[in-house]
Design a protein around this ligand. Sequence first.
Ligand SMILES: [Zn+2]
Length: 90
Amino acid sequence: MGVIYESQWDEFWAPESRVCFYCHKEVRGAGVYWSGANGDIVLHDTCAENLAVHLIGDAKEIWLVSRPYLRRRVLGLVQEHLRISEGAHG
Ligand SMILES: [Zn+2]
């Protein structure tokens, strides 16, 4: 899967719905189209970019918390961030 162009929406393999998985609005023109075990996903190009950023962030969070030596580092960063934020506001 990948990109579906305007001329392809009527193809037999095209998704039945043009509703964007991310923003729930209709995809007009070209869109991003993926088919998975739980069904099809259609996205505006900009929504695909936004979703990708969030997916990468979520995956990175799992990666970070699954490594004890990085968990301590992340905790230190959060504590430092909170210290700076509290200093800026207090
Ligand atoms: Zn969208």
